[in-house]
Design a protein around this ligand. Structure first.
Ligand code: SAM
Length: 242
């Protein structure tokens, strides 16, 4: 073997190591915020791959309120039950109460009102969104389950309804996962499930990926905004239900 061949063989055997070596070197020069942005960019790529695999046409609407309007268009009966996980000052809850006018509709807001139980991202640490108590909403159809989801969901059974609508606006992986565990055996044809913050790969997108691999596989994406940052699912009337 000539020395040139030996060098070529050595280069070949080291080649797979080079990208990793470069990544480690680059990583050492990046801020943790930059690395989080890269991880979230990877989450966007994963979401694109998954959406393509579902082969469903998911329209990208202007904003979350347009996605809510699409959900409301899919409400069929007169006795919908809207559960919101993450209420804060009640902005989105008020939107839903204004749009769903049926007197038999019910709206339940779940929140600790003590803010996030854990750190979420750099600008939203544990305790963010703490407001102490539920918002004043002058509508007898609205009630609140005050406390950590782990506690309130342990004994919560929904009142009678003909369609369940779930708004997951609780930011964290652990919180979203807890609600999905509760929800999965209660999915029925027509159930609507909305995720507010899928941009974060370590949080809602992670919880959604795991759900789709398990009990959530019956739900199909039907509308989104900000290219999947906000995403609405519906359990179709035909096909298997978990
Ligand atoms: C982004 S805010 C909700 C925003 C709200 N939907 C709006 O319209 O402005 C997220 C909320 O989720 C609540 N939250 C997150 N995880 C929770 C948990 N495990 N138990 C109870 N509340 C939780 C926080 O207290 C916070 O108020």
């Amino acid at each position: 073997m000539t020395s040139r061949d030996a060098l070529r063989r050595l280069a070949k055997s080291l080649a797979p190591l080079q990208p990793r070596r470069a990544l480690v070197a680059i990583g050492g020069r990046l801020s943790s915020e930059a690395i989080t942005r890269l991880a979230n960019a990877l989450g966007g790529l994963e979401q694109g791959r998954w959406l393509a695999d579902t082969r469903s046409h998911v329209p990208n609407l202007p904003d979350r309120f347009a996605v809510f309007d699409e959900a409301i268009r899919r409400v069929r009966g007169s006795q919908p039950l809207y559960l919101e996980f993450g209420v804060y000052r009640g902005r989105t809850l008020r939107y839903w109460t204004a749009k769903l006018s049926s007197p038999s509709a019910r709206f339940v807001g779940f929140d600790s009102f003590q803010g996030l139980p854990e750190d979420w991202q750099a600008n939203a640490q544990a305790g963010s969104f703490s407001v102490g108590s539920p918002p004043a909403i002058d509508d007898p159809r609205v009630s609140f389950e005050v406390g950590w989801f782990d506690e309130t969901l342990r004994s919560y059974e929904p009142p009678s309804h003909d369609q369940l609508i779930v708004n997951l606006d609780c930011d964290l992986y652990s919180s979203t996962r807890r609600v999905l565990e509760w929800l999965t055996p209660r999915l029925r044809p027509g159930t609507l499930v909305y995720f507010d913050d899928l941009f974060n790969r370590d949080h809602q997108w992670r919880a959604l990926r795991e759900w789709l691999d398990g009990g959530g596989s019956a739900a199909l994406p039907v509308a989104m905004a900000r290219w999947g940052h906000h995403l609405l699912f519906e359990v179709p009337f035909s096909g298997p239900v978990a």
